[in-house]
Design a protein around this ligand. Structure first.
Ligand code: SAM
Ligand code: SF4
Ligand code: F3S
Length: 453
């Protein structure tokens, strides 16, 4: 444990640079790591060359994730050749997958920290400073992590804030590393989440995005995601609630019904389907069919016809033939997904699908192109439809060049528009004049939340 004297010695001007890859949960983790290392005197810098601690928060989901990390560390090493070496920490899912191997392969790395070990970061840094030993911490210990983090204020002050409520996965889709890098499913205590939301609200948050690798599997002593949404909705400062990422199997009746009753839950449902073919879903071990997926879609549409779906797609999964691919296209046409992610299957070490024969690269790229074009067209179509209409926008900040306000529509689309700074943090009505694939452009016409400070 850290003694007061150790802490005092250490609390000089220390600068940490944090680079984050991967999902929103990594982004949340990076912020919480910063909240933690602040306690031992670190300040954040955006310029890695002036840092005395360089932390890389890594993602292992696709491609040559591991090689990218070594490449990045190599780049940093070069920059620091003629300066004193920073403390180099590799965190995140590659750290979890590779653990001490990283220390052996790249001596420039000092500490390796898995995603469930961030609560140990300060002690680990101090131990390293005192003993000059390399260290790795990759135990799965979500309970201790969140217990520790709940005592450290979440100091992020953003209009829209992430909040991790669930970690890990027990589903073991054959393509996915998450069950190995994040460990088993764990749900944070209900009260911890409410308290952290209140901290965020005190810092100005108006939109909460609840996170988990399987966020809709959240279950803490029988409190489910639906209960959490109802509870958060009672906080008057919270204007919008979203959650991501969900699994179709956990789209239970109670959660579907929240869309009937909630005024703050946004009408964009991000529900990864991966493929439109039951044969492929089966090969992937997805544990849901297209029929059940469509049932969820139709039930939600019946509750609110404005609800739209976004999704994740894996293209060219081993065994995907032309018919399977056509089924995916058919599903995209039927559901008219917006705002979706699509990637070619990437074999991940240690997963069941790691060694399956790959589909020809050219064919895979062609299929990806077709899917992405469809998804882009849906987005363009949706945005075009909104031209000359008035939509609700939560205003987040001003653009870097200060010329426009930036906010998001209910469907997460970026909106740029003219208006005064006092609109930041409010939900305002914006008249949309034109659009492109990713952005809507317009002008504020009227505040609709006059009371919001
Ligand atoms: N839990 C969510 C679900 O059940 O769909 C997904 C979470 S995962 C972190 C995010 C996305 O990464 C997946 O939806 C999938 O599309 C993509 N992904 C995961 N493994 C992949 C792989 N081996 N190759 C390509 N994409 C992958
Ligand atoms: Fe990965 Fe999601 Fe499947 Fe879990 S449910 S293994 S996180 S894709
Ligand atoms: Fe990547 Fe780990 Fe998130 S593998 S997508 S950072 S859970």
């Amino acid at each position: 444990m850290m003694t007061q004297q150790n802490l005092d010695n250490f609390k000089q001007k220390k600068k940490i640079f944090i680079r984050t890859f991967g999902c929103q949960m990594n982004e949340y983790d990076s912020n919480r790591i910063y909240d933690t290392v602040k306690k031992i005197g670190y300040e954040k810098t955006e310029n890695y060359e002036e840092a005395n601690c360089y932390l890389l928060n890594t993602c292992h989901i696709r491609d040559k994730a591991k090689e990218k990390v070594y490449h990045e560390i190599g780049r940093v090493k070069k920059k620091f050749r003629s300066k004193s070496k920073p403390l180099v920490i590799v965190a995140g899912c590659v750290a979890q997958a590779e653990h001490e191997e990283m220390l052996k392969r790249e001596p420039f790395i000092d500490l390796v920290l898995g995603p469930q070990a961030y609560h140990k970061i300060n002690d680990t840094i101090l131990k390293h400073q005192v003993k000059k030993e390399k260290w790795e911490e990759t135990d799965f210990d979500a309970i201790s992590k969140f217990k520790y983090l709940s005592k450290i204020k979440n100091q992020k002050s953003k209009i829209s804030s992430f909040l991790t409520i669930q970690e890990g996965c027990d589903k073991f889709c054959h393509f996915c590393v998450v069950p190995y890098t994040r460990g088993p499913e764990y749900s944070r205590p209900f009260d911890q989440i409410i308290n952290e939301t209140k901290e965020l609200v005190n810092n100005g948050t108006k939109e909460i995005i609840l996170l988990g690798q399987n966020v809709n599997a959240y279950n803490f002593e029988n409190y489910k995601l639906s209960n959490l949404i109802y509870e958060l909705e009672k906080i008057s400062e919270i204007k919008r609630i979203r959650y991501t990422t969900s699994h179709p199997k956990d789209m239970t009746d109670d959660l579907i019904n929240v869309y009937k009753n909630s005024k703050k839950l946004m009408p964009l449902v991000h529900l990864p389907v991966q493929s439109g073919s039951d044969k492929i879903l089966d090969l992937m071990n997805r544990k849901h069919s297209i029929k059940t997926y469509l049932e969820i879609f139709n039930r939600l549409k019946k509750i609110n016809s404005n609800i739209k779906f976004s999704s994740d797609f894996i293209i060219a999964y081993p065994g995907e033939d032309e018919n399977d691919f056509e089924d995916t296209i058919k599903l995209i046409d039927e559901i008219e997904f917006i705002n979706s992610f699509s990637f070619i299957f990437s074999p991940r070490p240690g997963t069941v699908a790691a060694k399956l024969p790959l589909i020809d690269r050219k064919k895979s790229l062609e299929r990806l192109e077709v899917v992405q074009q469809k998804l882009f067209n849906n987005q363009i179509k949706l945005n075009k439809k909104l031209e000359n209409s008035t939509i609700n926008v939560l205003v987040e900040n001003r653009t870097d060049d200060k010329s426009k306000l930036f906010g998001r529509s209910e469907y997460m689309t970026s909106v740029l528009f003219s208006g005064s700074d006092d609109l930041i943090g409010k939900v305002v009505k914006v008249k949309i004049n034109n659009s492109n694939q990713n952005t809507l452009f317009g002008e504020a016409i009227k505040k609709i939340n006059q009371k919001v400070a």
